[in-house]
Design a protein around this ligand. Structure first.
Ligand SMILES: Nc1ncnc2c1ncn2[C@@H]1O[C@H](COP(=O)(O)OP(=O)(O)O)[C@@H](O)[C@H]1O
Ligand SMILES: [Mg+2]
Length: 403
C-alpha cells in the first residue's frame, strides 16, 4: 500500500510565497509510485486547505479563487490514525476527508518553520520529516543559535542582542554598548526572520538608530554584529540525523548590493523561481550563484566539517542549509545562520553531489520513519494514581499543590 504523505506548506510567515514554490516543486519530484501525496496549503491566517487546485502553482495567482474552490480541513486523531477532518461538511459528505501516515512540513520562516508546525504535528504523534521542535526553534533564533555554537567552539561573529523593552527604556545605553563592543560598520538583524527582511548595515549612530527602529518592526528581539565588508558568502547543506550525516557541495550566492537581498535570493536570476510545470528542476536559490563555490579545497573541507558539527550540535534531522561568512581580509570563516527547512530543500546542492531530487526526498521520508520507530521504543508516560490521592488541594505525601 502507498504511504499517505501530507505535504504542509504556506503559513503565517514573510516567506509564505517562497514556501509554496519549494513545496510544489518538491511534490512534483516525489515518487508517485510510493507515495499518495496530499498537498495541504496553510493560508496566512493558518487555515488549512486541500483539494484538486492546491497542488498546482498556477492556482496561487488567485488565492481567493483557490480557497473558495478547496476544502478547509483540520487534523484529528481517529481510529488509531490521523485524519484530515472537513471543517464544514455538506449533507451526505463524510466528515473525514482522508488520513495521513506521515507529514512533510515545507514551510519557511517564523510561526511555522520555528518548531510551531512541528509541535502541532507532534501532538498527533504523526511522524514528520525534518528537524524536531527544539532544533527548529533554536535554529530560527539567530541569537540563541549563536550562543549554542559558541558554547561548542564553532566560530560565529559575536553580537549584542536586546529586546524592544530594553531598548525603549534606555536607547542611549544600548547604542553605547554596541559602540563600545563592536566598531562601525555594524549590521542590525531581527533575531528570527529570514530572506534578509529587516536587515540593514549601519555606518554611524544615526543609521544604527534607524536600523534598530526598522528591525523592531519585524521582531521584539534584535541583534547587532560587526559587518564584514570584504566578505564571501558560502552555503553548505547537511543531510542525515544524529547518527549519520553528510555534507553537500558548497555554493556561493552572489549579491548585487551591500547585503544579499530578497531579490538576490529569489528573483535576480530572472526566471529562476522554479516549480512551474515543465520547469521543475530549477532551484529557487539559484538567483545568481556559483556552484561549486570559488574557495580553496581546504576551505571547502573546513566548511563541510563545520556544517556536520553544527548539524549535530543542534540535533538536526533531515536536510538543512548552513550559511557562512568568510572574511576575505583574514580568511576567517564564521557560521552565519542555519535554515532548518532550506529553500528548494537545497536539492541543487545535492544534485551537485550526485544525489537526484527524487532520492533526496526518499531519504528524508525514510529518516522521518526511522525517528518514529525509535520514538516508539521510548517511554513517554507512566501510570500513576496521583489524582486518586488529590483532595482539597492536598496530594499524597508531596505536600500541597498551589499555595
Ligand atoms: N556580519 C555580516 N557582515 C556583512 N554582511 C552580513 C553579515 N551578516 C549578514 N550579512 C548579509 O546579510 C544577509 C542576510 O543576513 P542573514 O543573517 O543571512 O539573515 P537572513 O535570515 O535574512 O538570510 C546575508 O546573506 C549577508 O549578505
Ligand atoms: Mg541568510
Amino acid at each position: 500500500m502507498k504511504i499517505k504523505l501530507g505535504v504542509f506548506f504556506g503559513g503565517n510567515s514573510v516567506e509564505h510565497e517562497v514556501s509554496i514554490i519549494t513545496a510544489i516543486q518538491a511534490i512534483e519530484n516525489m515518487d508517485k509510485e510510493k507515495y499518495d501525496i496530499i498537498p495541504i496549503y496553510i493560508t496566512k491566517q493558518n487555515k488549512m486547505y486541500v483539494g484538486d487546485l492546491v497542488g498546482d502553482i498556477r492556482n496561487y495567482k488567485d488565492i481567493n479563487n483557490l480557497i473558495s474552490n478547496s476544502t478547509q480541513v483540520t487534523l484529528a486523531p481517529k481510529d488509531d490514525k490521523v485524519a484530515l477532518i472537513r471543517c464544514e461538511k455538506k449533507m451526505f459528505e463524510n466528515s473525514i476527508y482522508d488520513y495521513i501516515d506521515i507529514a512533510f512540513p515545507i514551510v519557511h520562516g517564523t510561526n511555522v518553520e520555528d518548531g510551531t508546525l512541528q509541535g502541532f504535528l507532534k501532538m498527533f504523534n504523526l511522524p514528520y520529516v525534518g528537524c524536531d521542535v527544539v532544533s527548529s526553534a533554536v535554529g530560527m533564533d539567530k541569537y540563541i543559535f549563536k550562543c549554542l555554537l559558541k558554547e561548542n567552539n564553532i566560530p560565529i561573529i559575536d553580537c549584542k542582542c536586546f529586546t524592544m523593552d530594553q531598548y525603549n527604556e534606555n536607547p542611549d545605553s544600548i547604542t553605547k554598548v554596541v559602540e563600545e563592543n563592536i566598531a562601525y560598520p555594524v549590521i542590525v538583524k531581527p533575531v528570527n526572520l529570514g530572506s534578509s527582511v529587516g536587515i540593514k548595515i549601519a555606518k554611524d549612530r544615526r543609521a544604527l538608530e534607524e536600523a534598530i527602529a526598522d528591525a523592531f518592526g519585524y521582531a521584539k528581539k534584535v541583534l547587532v554584529e560587526r559587518a564584514v565588508m570584504n566578505l564571501k558568502e558560502v552555503n553548505c547543506s547537511v543531510l542525515g540525523d544524529y547518527e549519520e550525516c553528510e555534507a553537500s557541495e558548497c555554493e556561493e550566492p552572489v549579491k548585487t548590493d551591500e547585503i544579499l537581498s530578497f531579490n538576490d535570493k529569489y528573483i535576480s536570476g530572472g526566471k529562476k523561481m522554479g516549480g512551474t510545470k515543465g520547469d521543475n528542476e530549477k532551484s529557487m536559490n539559484a538567483g545568481v550563484l556559483k556552484l561549486p563555490a570559488e574557495i580553496s579545497k581546504e576551505m571547502r573541507a573546513k566548511i563541510q566539517e563545520l556544517s556536520k558539527k553544527t548539524f549535530k550540535v543542534l540535533g538536526c534531522s533531515g536536510v538543512v542549509r548552513i550559511d557562512y561568512i568568510i572574511d576575505q581580509d583574514t580568511n576567517d570563516v564564521f557560521v552565519n545562520e542555519i535554515n532548518t527547512i532550506p529553500g528548494s530543500l537545497s536539492f541543487h546542492l545535492w544534485k551537485a553531489t550526485n544525489l537526484k531530487y527524487k532520492d533526496l526526498l526518499d531519504k528524508l521520508i525514510n529518516l522521518a520513519l526511522k525517528r518514529q520507530r525509535e520514538e516508539k521504543n521510548m517511554t513517554f508516560s507512566f501510570d500513576s494514581n496521583i489524582l486518586a490521592g488529590y483532595e482539597n488541594g492536598f496530594c499524597g505525601t508531596k505536600g500541597k499543590f498551589g499555595k
